[in-house]
Design a protein around this ligand. Structure first.
Ligand code: ZN
Length: 450
């Protein structure tokens, strides 16, 4: 058993953190989460706690990054030439994709996931579509690239939901894949399912999920095949949705309806489905998503980096869609920044404050993300849950003087001091215990950009 004494800990259903909480862990699960007092001295309980390790600052449940493309990390800071819009960014992204193989993918993903661990992320959803070798030729093991991601997460010490992504066409009109996109394709949805069926990772830190890249990349008549596969296997299903108005326009031109309506008509929406972005839904789309309890994963730092726009987060939550957060392109890996951006972007749009409480932002960053990734037993500091802890210092230049409840509006990833995943320490005193993140990142990025 290990024992931890959190100076402050954010317990489930609480509007703000609680002082002096004793946390006990056995075999990777919380066995006791006990508030010790009623506002007494933070050291009051220490004498009776014996070997408990003190965690100064604010301790949170593990943060879940519900939307990641690990290899996009190599693009950070490189996409500002010319106008640098979504489509020019995408062509640079394809150039990196062309250069990756299982070894360089492992190195880049390992450094990226270790950066996430440093930021307090204990679980990541990898939206993985870089399946095959150059030109689309499968590797000897057609899931070699998936294996690289599983190994990368193990090295970084975080859990992974591998969202194996069907990417079959180059446009809403069914244009065949061309150039770099050919590495993404399995031919059709049945062959995608055959390949994924052959991939059954048994490691404890990984679970499988499915993804439809978008209505641009999976023809309408094949959407139900992917959705049915996820449903039969009881796995989460993710889909990029209406990130760009151009996607809506193309879908209306070809199918006479919005992407959300198309997904709904083909059985894609539902409580096990997460729509990523949903930046440009119509009012009817918001209702379809909410009524079906489809989750929405917001990626505010990527959406602002790519000039996508601001999704109607408050309206979607009110309609019934649970929210989660993702760092997506990894222009920034900082879920505190993603979380406060949900509120701050809404303020910019409405010129009013107070749309999401700090506790609501915490929920999106923790239990919301874990649920979207199929880990219903993580994201809360409660008995029986997976023992994930993230401690944020409250004595840095950024956080000194900030009340604990205000941490989501003040802290950055750099303020994370301790991270535990499934009861195992991964980060201590702000350092990753097994990966030299900066050095490995520099080498991994150089290998695919030089
Ligand atoms: Zn994405």
């Amino acid at each position: 058993m290990s024992k931890w004494l959190a100076e402050y800990a954010w317990l489930p259903e609480r509007a703000e953190p609680t002082r002096d909480v004793l946390i006990e862990v056995v075999d990777g699960r919380f066995t006791a989460v006990t508030p010790l007092g009623h506002g007494g001295s933070p050291t009051a309980g220490v004498e009776v706690l014996g070997d408990a390790v003190r965690l100064p600052g604010l301790t949170l449940p593990g943060l879940a990054n519900a939307h990641s493309h690990a290899f996009h990390r190599a693009l950070r800071g490189r996409t500002h030439d010319g106008r640098g819009d979504f489509w020019s960014w995408r062509s640079l992204m394809y150039a990196i994709a062309t250069r990756l193989d299982p070894d360089s993918y492992l190195a880049l993903a390992r450094a990226t996931y270790a950066e996430m661990a440093l930021a307090g992320i204990t679980c990541v959803g990898e939206f993985h579509y870089l399946h095959h070798g150059p030109g689309g030729t499968p590797y000897a093991d057609p899931n070699a690239m998936s294996d690289a991601l599983v190994e990368a997460a193990a090295h970084a010490g975080i859990r992974l939901t591998l969202l194996d992504t069907a990417y079959l066409a180059g446009g809403v009109d069914g244009t065949p894949l061309a150039g770099p996109q050919r590495r993404f394709g399995d031919g059709d949805a049945l062959r995608w399912a055959e390949r994924v069926d052959a991939f059954r990772p048994s490691d404890d830190h990984v679970r499988l999920g499915a993804a439809i890249h978008s209505v641009r990349a999976v023809p309408a008549e094949q959407l139900a095949t992917v959705a049915g596969w996820a449903d039969r296997n009881g796995l989460p299903l993710h889909v990029h949705l209406s990130e760009q108005p151009a996607e809506n326009d193309a879908c209306r031109a070809v199918h006479g309806c919005t992407p959300t309506r198309l997904l709904s008509d083909h059985g894609v929406l539902g409580r096990h489905t997460t729509a990523v972005h949903a930046t440009h839904p119509t009012a009817a789309d918001v209702a379809l998503l909410g009524e079906s309890r489809t989750g929405v994963c917001l990626c505010p730092t990527t959406e602002r980096d790519l000039a996508d726009g601001i999704g109607p987060a408050r309206r979607m939550a009110d309609a019934g869609s649970p929210l989660s957060l993702g760092s997506d392109s990894h222009a920034v890996v900082d879920l505190f920044e993603e979380a406060r951006a949900v509120e701050l972007d809404e303020r910019l749009r409405t010129r009013a404050r107070g749309h999401f409480s700090p506790a609501a932002l915490l929920t999106a960053a923790t239990v919301g993300g874990h649920a979207a990734l199929g880990w219903g037993d993580a994201g809360r500091l409660a008995v029986g849950q997976r023992a994930d802890l993230v401690t944020v210092r409250l004595d840095s230049a950024r956080t000194a003087g900030v009340p604990p409840v205000g941490a989501f509006f003040a802290a950055t990833a750099a303020d994370v001091t301790h991270v535990m995943v499934d009861g195992r320490p991964v980060v201590a005193d702000g350092r990753h215990l097994t990966v030299d993140v900066a050095t490995e990142m520099a080498d991994a990025v150089a290998a695919v950009t030089a």
